[in-house]
Design a protein around this ligand. Sequence first.
Ligand SMILES: [Zn+2]
Length: 260
Amino acid sequence: MKNILITAGVHGNEIGSVLIAREIRGWVESRGIENVEVIPEVNLEAVENRTRENPLDSKDLNRIFPGSEDGTCSARIAHRLFEKAKQFDVVIDLHTYGDNSRCIPYMLTDLNESYNRELCESIGLKTAVQTGGTGGQFFIETSKLKIPSMIIEAGGAEWFREELETVKENILDFLFERSHPSTEKEVQYYHHYERVRPKMKGYFEPKKEPGEEIEEDEVLGQIDGELVKADFPGLILGMKRESEYDPEEESIAAVAEIEV
Ligand SMILES: [Zn+2]
């Protein structure tokens, strides 16, 4: 039987993933399942403060794995979690988009490794996106140890129940080896994704929704009345909602290019 580690709350503002992780832990504990461990609040101080970074050292926990035993508070959390993860056969790290944005449920992993692709098939969400990762990300560092690993993104910091419910159901089906209706659809693989980050600052109004497919040069929305277009065709994974936009802080959309 595979030992499965499910984590959430690496980013403390992504509260929806913390809440579904708590629900998944409830299911696992009530059935006495011993091969699954769920940690809903990895970055406890950040979760309590609803901040992306740990307020004690202002570090982004998901940039500093494998961490270190004698570093800052975040480095020590990373170290402890990384050492624990080595005892598992699967790592699933739950995230959502940040403030004022939301995304469809999707699996993000290094698809060049066949064991990560197999994990995508087992989880069975519709969308899987390739990433080589940013250095120091939990799932990338565990994947390098040949442990099948992924991030699942869904919803946003303001908590979108429908997207998160889909993720929860697919994970429960995976854990309890139930067949699930959504796996009857094939996983669609995307070989690349990019953030759309126009340079001008201003008030953003979206014209599209996450989950919509777009053509090259299609209008995604406008900033202070000026049109914002996509550079390449693809699937809108996530999008900023109507609100003030600052290119220093965020992007207006994440668009994935389909694998051919
Ligand atoms: Zn996150």
